[in-house]
Design a protein around this ligand. Structure first.
Ligand SMILES: NC(=O)C1=CN([C@@H]2O[C@H](COP(=O)(O)OP(=O)(O)OC[C@H]3O[C@@H](n4cnc5c(N)ncnc54)[C@H](O)[C@@H]3O)[C@@H](O)[C@H]2O)[C@@H](O)CC1
Ligand SMILES: [K+]
Length: 491
């Protein structure tokens, strides 16, 4: 499990820890870790060109002391001093080790660029000359390593307003910052390396959590000796229409592959024919009227993929939501409840799985605003609607109604293709039917689905059906502890 924190949380913990240590200890620990990662990236250090972008705060101090360590090992280290002031002791240390102060024109010739412009002390968009230096680093051929946080990325939220450093690696001090895990910030951070500076015992409850293999393995339901198909969880799927038959096939496929004891599919004749052809395992009800009265007992429903948004779809949604079991609402189901919020008034749990555009329809926010501040918006929507919300995207976020939030780090850009969302609804729905809470079903579903996407893609394009096929392999990888695809920043 990775736990991440806001800048204020980190600052509080650092304050407590710093009071117990000789002055400068934490910065030396940070610099040592930073220099080690840089040396690793450089391969051999002697003679290599390193340019430090040094801001006016302690983030610049970290860069200067790391530069000192690299200079001692024979690197040619130059510092671009960007601020109105500079960490004096750090600069002295660098110069004594043979480093120099250089102009921004040297950025282009560097093998490695260390971004120490701003860290958790930043506020708002980068000012000049920082913004210009960030752009120069991005345009340069050398590897860019961000100190603590890529400058221009808000450490607490992942927001990026204006220019920001695009790092190959971010070396973060003491604990992960939320903005390194949440897009757009996560995209700028590249691979994230955590340096232990002894902060662990002093951090409060995390702002956001990213599950790992071991957490998901612990949460995933496993059939016991006494399990039969009913006890393993029966999922109802209300999806597909005469126009959109594929969504039904993919949702049912995802559910079957994710361990539902049984899937009851309820739909019109056209999607029924397709579901039957693909999944003889599914138990079918052809719906003559928009009601689930004739469908047998289920433990959870998936509602919405390819359902359409007309009157008939609305009435079917109302019938599903009138049941007393958890309901996952996706795609057209989201459009229906966005127009008729009353449908969400129910006592059994609800899990919504929108992308940013669908969330915009639900809450009335602008899509661009949601994309810019994804965590804030998913949390607000969950609190306002009193449900669990999974916001799809390059980093998928999950928020519960009382403010808890998780981020999924297994996603892959190959998953951005039609139909993968339908598979996800089936996977998460199957987990709901097996008794997981909405929050756990969403997080485990996203995790397994992301991993299945990586396995299916393996560096090449995939079709949504391939993701469903790869779900058992993903579950196997999780439960056997294989490290495949677990590293942050590998996307
Ligand atoms: N406090 C500690 O004990 C430790 C701090 N560490 C480092 O210190 C950093 C925090 O240092 P600081 O609190 O000094 O803050 P930063 O160095 O992150 O930034 C503060 C400085 O940046 C300027 N600034 C803020 N926003 C700006 C913007 N948008 N454009 C241009 N300039 C801007 C401010 O005027 C201020 O001078 C951490 O990110 C980490 O790198 C580490 O050394 C670990 C230990
Ligand atoms: K930085």
């Amino acid at each position: 499990m990775r736990t991440a924190y806001t800048a204020d949380q980190i600052r509080g913990a650092e304050h407590t820890l710093m009071a117990r240590l000789p002055e400068g200890t934490l910065m030396q620990r940070a610099a040592a870790g930073l220099a080690a990662v840089c040396a690793d990236l450089l391969g051999h250090v002697y003679g290599r060109r390193v340019v430090l972008l040094v801001g006016s705060g302690d983030n610049g101090g970290d860069a200067l002391y790391a530069g000192q360590r690299l200079a001692r090992r024979g690197a040619r280290v130059g510092a671009v001093l960007a601020g109105s002031k500079t960490h004096e002791a750090g600069l002295r240390a660098l110069l004594e080790a043979g480093g120099r102060v250089v102009g921004a024109d040297e950025i282009g010739a560097a093998d490695l660029i260390l971004d120490g412009l701003v860290g958790i002390g930043a506020s708002g968009a980068l000012r000049e000359p920082y913004a210009r230096l960030a752009e120069a680093a991005n345009a340069a051929p050398g590897r860019v390593v961000a100190v603590d946080v890529p400058s221009g990325v808000d450490a607490s939220s992942g927001r990026v307003e204006g220019a920001a450093v695009r790092a190959a690696v971010t070396v973060t001090m003491g604990a992960y910052k939320t903005g390194l895990l949440v897009d757009p910030g996560a995209e700028f951070a590249g691979r994230v390396e955590l340096v232990d500076i002894g902060l662990g015992a002093y951090v409060p409850d995390p702002d956001v959590v990213a599950l790992g293999h071991e957490d998901v393995a612990r949460l995933l339901p496993r059939p016991g000796a006494e399990s039969d198909k009913y006890r393993r969880g029966v999922l109802g799927v209300a999806a597909g229409s005469h126009l959109y038959t594929g969504a039904a096939v993919l949702a049912v496929g995802g559910a079957l592959r994710a361990g539902a004891g049984m899937v009851r599919y309820a739909g019109a004749e056209e999607p029924v024919a397709q579901v039957r052809a693909h999944w003889p395992e599914a138990v079918i009800t052809v719906l003559d009227r928009p009601s689930i009265d004739e469908v047998g007992r289920v433990q959870a429903w998936v509602l919405g993929p390819g359902l359409g948004t007309g009157e008939r779809a609305h009435d079917l949604a109302a019938s599903v939501l009138a049941s007393d079991v958890p309901v996952l609402i996706d795609a057209d189901g989201l459009t229906i409840v966005a127009k008729d919020r009353e449908l969400l008034r129910r006592t059994a749990p609800v899990l919504l799985t929108p992308h940013a555009g669908e969330l915009a329809r639900l809450t009335g926010a602008e899509r661009a605003d949601i994309e810019a501040a994804r965590l804030e918006h998913v949390r607000a929507a969950a609190a306002e609607l009193g449900v669990t919300v999974l916001l799809k995207g390059s980093t998928t976020l999950i928020a519960g109604p009382s403010g808890q939030a998780r981020v999924n780090v297994t996603g892959s850009s190959w998953l951005a293709t039609g139909g993968t969302g339908d598979v996800l609804s089936g996977v998460a729905g199957a987990l709901l039917a097996q008794g997981l809470s909405c929050y756990d079903a969403a997080a485990c579903g996203a995790y397994v689905h992301g991993l299945a996407g990586r396995l299916a893609a393996d560096g090449a394009p995939l079709a949504a059906a391939d993701v469903a096929t790869a779900v058992p392999a993903a579950i196997r990888a999780v439960t056997s502890g294989s490290a495949y695809g677990e590293k942050l920043g590998e996307r």
